[in-house]
Design a protein around this ligand. Structure first.
Ligand SMILES: Cc1cc2nc3c(=O)[nH]c(=O)nc-3n(C[C@H](O)[C@H](O)[C@H](O)COP(=O)(O)OP(=O)(O)OC[C@H]3O[C@@H](n4cnc5c(N)ncnc54)[C@H](O)[C@@H]3O)c2cc1C
Length: 328
């Protein structure tokens, strides 16, 4: 791998490291190392990195802020890509009563809100308090019951070993916590449309955002490492309510616990391993299925090598690094 690391270092113009612990790079703070970790400096460097990985037959996985990702204790075989300092560029385009914000995929979600506000944009309060990057926001179609990335997204720029290209948002089939990026493509920019509001509307948007952040503080276990909602809410119900009804609030495995504050959160009490978290995920799914017939679908991304392997019922939700072939 070291010769490859040397080649990557030349093209990435950023950081290239081997055997990098990913627990420090995900919000729940579990998981093993990335065999190789690269932070290319800008989109052109990223394309060159993908070309090198492709030619070397090394699969890759894009990690944003790690706020929705659980990495297995065996880590990630292949290369983890995180976007470097020049992936936070931004620009504004005028579109009548709307502003179109073009944001780098490495920018924090909070920047979407603050840039929208600078442009007198409204309707963005849903994004307040959601941790992560623009790349993760698009890939997860992040949101709440009052809005999501889909409401604003016009187009995304993606990198593959062939280069950079823009895709219209309609191609991403965005729906509740769902987005279909081409396999292995790394998101580099997003074009988001926000409506400009009058002063009253702007104040109201700020008020809603503050209330939402207060609601999160009161109802979510924000003082302990976690990866947000573990499951998506089933139609007409709430995953947290079902898990609580199954009697699992506070259930512990190793250093992980189904939060006593919100049953759709699993918290790391200090020494949790990914295997503890995943065991609780499996226990919650089985208990809710037995109790109500409802099969909870994980919202969190389970990535890399799990030890022991993921149970059969969780394997459809297992994400592995992807290797793309060049098209030319
Ligand atoms: C306390 C807390 C509260 C939360 N509340 C909410 C909420 O209200 N609503 C909500 O929707 N989510 C919520 N989340 C989950 C999380 O914040 C969102 O899913 C967020 O969008 C994840 O962004 P990220 O950059 O951390 O993504 P990551 O976890 O790093 O990645 C998530 C997925 O996106 C992919 N990805 C990331 N960047 C790129 C890229 N550049 N190119 C291609 N693929 C990429 C990864 O491969 C992975 O599959 C919460 C999480 C926490 C910890």
């Amino acid at each position: 791998m070291s010769e490859l690391a040397g080649t990557l270092r030349q093209v990435a113009r950023g950081e290239v490291l081997e055997s990098v612990p990913l627990s420090a790079r995900t919000s729940v703070r579990v998981g093993g190392p990335a065999q190789l970790w690269v932070r290319p400096r800008d989109p052109q460097a990223l394309v060159a990195v993908l070309g090198v990985l492709c030619d070397a037959g090394v699969p890759w996985f894009s990690l944003g802020g790690g706020a929705n990702t659980i990495v297995g204790d065996g880590g990630i075989e292949g290369c983890v890509l995180q976007l470097g300092r020049d992936f936070v560029d931004e620009s504004i385009e005028e579109a009548g009563d709307h502003a179109v914000l073009v944001l780098g995929a490495g920018a924090p979600i909070a920047r979407f809100i603050s840039l929208a506000r600078e442009q007198r944009g409204v309707g963005v309060a849903w994004a307040a308090g959601i941790p992560g990057t623009i790349g993760g926001m698009v890939t997860m179609n992040a949101g709440t019951n009052t809005g999501s990335a889909k409401d604003h997204l016009d187009a995304v720029e993606v990198a593959t070993p062939d280069g950079l290209r823009w895709l219209p948002a309609t191609e991403l089939k965005l729906s509740y916590r769902h987005c279909e990026l081409p396999a292995g493509a790394v998101l580099t920019r997003a074009r988001c449309r926000v409506r400009r509001g009058n002063e009253d509307e702007q104040h109201e948007d700020v008020r809603i955002a503050k209330a939402d952040v207060d609601r999160r503080r009161a109802s979510q276990p924000l003082s302990l490492p976690n990866s947000g909602s573990v499951f998506v809410n089933p139609k007409g119900d709430f995953a947290g309510r079902l898990i609580e009804q199954a009697g699992l609030k506070g259930a512990r495995r190793g250093g992980a616990q189904i939060s006593e504050k919100h049953a759709n959160f699993i918290v790391n009490l200090g020494e949790a391993r990914a295997s503890d978290v995943v065991e609780l995920i499996a226990i919650a799914r089985r208990a809710v299925l037995a109790m109500s017939g409802i099969e909870l679908i994980p919202e969190v991304r389970l990535v890399g090598t799990f030890q022991p392997s993921l149970s059969e019922d969780l394997s459809p939700y297992h994400f592995l690094p992807v290797l793309l072939a060049r098209s030319t």
